[in-house]
Design a binder for this molecule. Sequence first.
Ligand code: KG4
Ligand code: ZN
Length: 348
Amino acid sequence: MKILAIETSCDETAAAVLERNGNEIKIISSIISSSASLHALTGGIIPEQAAREQVKLMIPVIKSALNEAGIPLPSAKTKLEQIDALAVTYGPGLIGSLLIGVETAKTFSYIFHKPLVPINHLLAHIFANFIRTDINDIPFPFIGLIVSGGHTDLLCFKSFEEYQWLGGTRDDAAGEAFDKTGRLLNLSYPAGPVIEKRALEIDAHKNVPLSFKSPMLHDPSLDFSFSGLKTEVSRFIQKQKNLAEVEVDEICYAVQKSIIDVLAVKTLRAAEQFNAKSLVIGGGVSANNALRTRMQEEINNRNLHIPLFFPIPSYTTDNAAMIGTAALLNYNPRPWQEIKSNPELYFA
Ligand code: KG4
Ligand code: ZN
């Protein structure tokens, strides 16, 4: 089965063509056009501006994805015959951005008579891990950790359809904590990758003088909270007169450590509580190599012998390949008339 997938929940406009052959999910083309450089000018996303960019980019991005997959563009003669179904993110996200992808997908579904699968963007971040030659490599039940710009959630998956929400952030998301720190330090947006790079300048084996508390580390729940960290970092920065470059590196190192410590500890606590057979991480922050290393360290510390999965780096941040993958794993098309953008969509 071949799918054309569309993702427009935030500031990325993405389209992908992919197929499932038995247990293999294969990406044939994946195009992502981001308006992030525009938002870098303001240090964050202005929703109205993001939506306007989506309008401009949607059709050119779909055309590129079809072109790259060698599929003729629709015309009076060809009606996307090589595509079996469509998939689209219907939430959560920014309403103006979501509407562009959802209404485009619905129009395609109507005109070309293709089934349309509505996809929850958050679940798709986890399913990005199944872009592989054998989807059975990842054993159930697994603990899924979603760490993105807008969400931090822990879930237990018994199958592709059956999952339980275990906990999440009570305020800011992990990615937001990186981005807000970046704003305080005048780093470019999105700040996650920059903070990771600057933290690498610090030799962790030497005595690092600075540390910030890992919020809710000792709280028994599987919830998170990151807004206090921003306040702590902000107070610390205000006390300094001029920050030397090395001091900025130290702050980046300490903030990153504070975030990844609590993510690793709570994810492993969930794995123990639910007898997980594997750990699956997804979302923009899962691109962070320090997080990847810290997670493995926590698995070893607890003597757990379970495999750890992260998406291929290019599928950690928003993309349409993960949306199509979610549709192929859990194929549940709905009539286009019933599909509506849902900015508040969370977990059922
Ligand atoms: O999943 P995503 O692309 O968008 C949402 O669905 O929210 O995640 C974007 C977030 C941003 O906050 C960005 O700073 C963060 O992921 N991020 C990172 C890294 N790469 C992206 N955070 C830490 N380290 C990274 N290498
Ligand atoms: Zn996302």
